[in-house]
Design a protein around this ligand. Structure first.
Ligand code: SAM
Length: 349
């Protein structure tokens, strides 16, 4: 069955001219985040209420594989697998193996395949992930003090598990591992200096991320966000920081090392210093919906289109039109700000 009405009589989008995904704000979309499940084995207090489990379905791995193939043919160069907790997903290694066969359509560089995980199940899987074709890994970790860590994740013994996972990933050739920490005032901001030491001792890139209003419950308030300037001042007091150049134009982190060159800190400040103007991202939820912004009020039903018999070419045209309407920016902190229609764990971080 073909889908004529959806593709109907609209004029061709400007983005169709060279096949790359471009939005109406002239941003080229090269980065896809795919959530492979919204189940999670942690119940981090700032992310989840602790009561709800998965809310959305998962697609068979072959469906994700097809969707990724279509997106890569449209100029996606980086794929980040996420969730929920992606290491809970059966078939993840097969998905990585299949994805590693794809080649970017407009670049000679190999496809960059990354994974974001809480690290709890990582130690025994790290080598298999690498062998399957994973390029790099980011581990979320919101404290380096074991007790604080357990208070956040609500899972006893979690700090040691995650730390061992990070070490295993480095041994497997997935380093330098990035460690993402969401900072919240009065909660884990006491950890800033200890994280600097962790970066220096473990050889990981620590990235502090501002807390965004994306939680299942209602914990976010402007006062809980630790802005970039404050983090820089605190780190400088321990040891002078030296700023590093961005790796690329759509780099979301301001990068720093210390004056002796040991350790690397990134600060990602979507609230106090939004980077929407350089956004190169699109997201696919575990149940096959395209989201053009973390803060979108609605999503776009790609899997519905696919199940109604769309060809790859139909899907390409549809994706072009969806991307063209990508939001200009988020409105965090502005009057009338509306929380997005899904929380982080159900979108894919
Ligand atoms: N389970 C995986 C993990 O822990 O990395 C992937 C999913 S998790 C939702 C992805 C990232 O989103 C984590 O680093 C988490 O700390 C972050 N996150 C969750 N809620 C957030 C919020 N409200 N603001 C900023 N980051 C958030």
């Amino acid at each position: 069955m073909r889908l004529l009405p959806i593709l109907g009589s609209e004029q061709p989008a400007t983005a169709l001219l060279d096949g790359r995904l471009r939005d109406s704000h002239n941003r080229t979309i090269t980065d896809l985040r795919l959530s492979v499940t919204d189940r999670c084995n942690y119940r981090c207090v700032y992310c989840r209420t602790g009561e709800e489990g998965a809310q959305y379905s998962e697609l068979p791995i072959v469906d994700y594989t097809r969707i990724l193939r279509v997106f890569v043919s449209l100029g996606i160069e980086k794929i980040r697998l996420t969730g929920g907790e992606p290491l809970l997903r059966q078939g993840l290694l097969d998905l990585i193996r299949e994805t590693a066969q794809l080649r970017p359509a407009f670049s000679d560089a190999p496809l960059d395949i990354a994974l974001t995980t809480n690290g709890h199940l990582l130690a025994p899987l790290a080598r298999l992930l690498r062998e399957a074709g994973l390029s790099r890994i980011t581990v979320s970790m919101d404290a380096v003090d074991p007790e604080t860590f357990t208070r956040i994740t609500r899972v006893p013994g979690s700090f040691e598990r995650v730390r061992d996972g990070i070490r295993a990933a480095q041994d497997a050739g997935l380093g330098p591992v990035k460690v993402n920490c969401v900072l919240m005032r009065g909660f884990n901001d006491s950890q800033i200096e200890a994280f600097a030491e962790f970066s220096r001792n473990e050889g990981v890139i620590v990235r502090f991320i501002e807390f965004m209003p994306l939680e299942e419950g209602r914990t976010w308030a402007p006062e809980t966000v630790i802005p970039m300037e404050e983090i820089v001042t605190r780190l400088n007091a321990v040891r002078p920081l030296v700023e590093l150049p961005p790796n690329h134009i759509s780099e979301t982190a301001r990068r720093f090392t210390f004056e002796d060159g040991r350790g690397e800190i990134g600060i990602i400040a979507p609230v106090s210093r939004p980077f929407c103007g350089h956004c190169s991202r699109v997201r696919l939820t575990s149940d096959g919906k395209v989201r053009t912004c973390l803060f979108s009020q609605s999503d776009h039903d790609l899997i519905g289109l696919m199940h109604r018999g769309a060809s790859d070419e139909d899907m390409r045209s549809w994706i072009h039109r969806v991307i063209e309407r990508k939001e200009a920016r988020h409105h965090i902190g502005e009057p009338g700000f509306l929380k997005p229609s899904r929380s982080m764990v159900h979108i894919g971080g």
